[in-house]
Unconditional design. Structure first.
Length: 489
């Protein structure tokens, strides 16, 4: 079993589910971070509020003691007043009754020398009447207390006696900061945050799922329309949404791709039809010649019949080779390891050995320095020979080849003094099976593939082949990337 199969079982495959899961996971991390910060901040502020309340209670108790009044034992905050050299508490209340501080005070006695300790921590003893369910109990735990010290000799006359302490004693007031207040507030906030977080995550998941589902509806429509496109009917197009977002770009790209496929299919059908038409002509001529010869063998000029059959067979062979070369170029078959070819030397050699037609025609080559380019020598020769064949069919008296080095390019031109090419046909002549003179004899006019093959070979070598405007005749310009030799650098 593949190691990735268990993961694929639980991981959602739907884009909607993946988007909802990603959004929910991200929101969960953010909410947990916020919840952690809110929890600690609320606890800190609640603790500060509890301390402030305890301090207010402390100052109120001190004010009553200075007036000689015993504080009320009914208090919402636990407190205790102790004195030096006194076993029992001076006063207590707010839950301290359970400790029975009347027999022995719970809080430590004040020192002989008063020190300012406004806030400290005190561990209270176990409460004999402790109720485990009562979270407000302070028994048996370490609690924060706020304190204030009062010297009895500084009280008014008779105030110390009213409190039941000697005039030379020190009093200390303890007020316990209740921990359950901050804990209760924090627990409530935590519960609210938990429910709010869960509800938020559910809403985020639902909204994300629905939003992605609505956003992907055009994609489903595009998918269905694209699936309906077949080779027999490639004209189907998807509807482009008017929203202007990424789906619009996707639909536009798909329509462009379908249009290219439609054009390629139409071009292929046209190419097959043109190829069949070109093959039918020599085959028909060859078959008719042989059938007539076989029907009337005694009256047939067999050498002439054999010559006609050989000519048509050569034409079929040339056409088949051209079609195979075009198929190889269309498939982008990589060439062998490229060589460095001197186009000047190649043009000079072809000029000397090119078979000129029977009519008077001059072929010259104008070149000076070597011009090197990377590529296949055989393909370069085929490209240049096709340009010469085309020029030889149309030239009146002269064909001139020019090879020049221009910066990073090698520029080769083939110029003839024929009738030229109309400007509106400057691009169409590079299409396959195109003949501008439809009335011309096919036997002398070629197959209509020479310029198409020449242009594809130029593109194959990262070059260009164009027809440049001329006042007289046609001039084809070939531009190829130049290769500088060690002597030229």
């Amino acid at each position: 079993m593949n190691a990735t199969e268990p993961r694929r079982r639980w991981w959602p495959r739907s884009v909607r589910a993946v988007a909802a899961l990603a959004a929910t996971s991200t929101a969960a991390v953010i909410l947990l971070t916020i919840g952690w910060w809110v929890h600690h901040d609320v606890y800190r502020q609640s603790t500060q509020i509890a301390e402030d309340q305890a301090k207010e209670q402390l100052w109120s108790l001190c004010a009553k003691l200075e007036q000689g009044d015993l504080p009320d034992s009914l208090s919402t905050v636990p407190y205790e007043v102790v004195a030096t050299n006194r076993r029992a508490a001076v006063a207590y209340g707010g839950g301290m009754d359970d400790f029975d501080p009347g027999t022995h005070h719970v809080m430590p006695a004040p020192p002989e020398v008063i020190r300012a300790e406004p806030i400290t921590t005190v561990r209270l003893p176990a409460n004999p009447n402790y109720d485990p369910s009562d979270k407000s109990s302070v028994a048996g735990g370490t609690n924060t207390v706020v304190t204030a010290d009062i010297q009895a000799d500084r009280l008014d006359n008779g105030q110390a006696a009213a409190l039941g302490v000697a005039a030379d004693t020190n009093l200390r007031v303890y007020v316990v900061v209740l921990p359950h207040t901050a804990d209760a507030i924090t627990d409530n906030i935590d519960r609210l945050l938990l429910w709010a977080g869960l509800i938020s995550l559910v809403l985020i998941a639902a909204v994300t799922y629905s939003a992605v589902r609505i956003a992907l509806r055009p994609v489903e429509t595009i998918r269905a329309l694209t699936a309906s496109v077949t080779a027999n009917d490639p004209r189907e197009r998807v509807t482009v949404p008017t929203t202007g977002h990424e789906i619009t770009a996707l639909a536009t790209t798909i329509n462009t791709t379908l249009q290219r496929l439609d054009n390629a299919a139409a071009q292929q059908r046209r190419f097959v039809a043109d190829a069949a038409h070109e093959l039918r002509s020599p085959l028909t001529t060859l078959l008719a010649s042989l059938e007539v010869a076989l029907a009337y063998p005694e009256r047939t000029n067999w050498p002439a019949a054999a010559t006609t059959a050989a000519r048509q067979t050569r034409r079929l062979q040339t056409l088949a080779e051209d079609l195979l070369l075009l198929a190889r170029l269309d498939n982008r078959t990589p060439t062998a390891s490229p060589e460095t070819v001197d186009l000047t030397a190649l043009a000079s050699r072809l000029t000397k050995h090119y078979p000129l037609p029977e009519r008077p025609l001059t072929l010259t080559c104008d070149n000076t320095d070597p011009a090197h380019a990377h590529g296949n020598p055989g393909e370069y020769e085929r490209l240049l020979r096709n340009l010469l064949d085309n020029a030889a069919h149309h030239a009146a008296h002269q064909i001139q080849i020019t090879v020049r080095n221009q910066d990073d390019w090698v520029v080769l031109t083939v110029h003839d003094d024929g009738p030229g090419v109309p400007a509106e046909d400057a691009q169409r002549i590079f299409e396959r099976f195109v003949r501008l003179d439809d009335a011309r004899s096919r036997d002398h006019g070629g197959t209509g593939l020479g310029l198409a093959i020449a242009r594809d070979l130029a593109h194959r070598h990262q070059g260009t082949l164009i027809l440049t405007p001329q006042a007289l005749g046609a001039c084809f310009q070939l531009r190829l990337p130049r290769v500088r030799t060690a002597a030229e650098r």
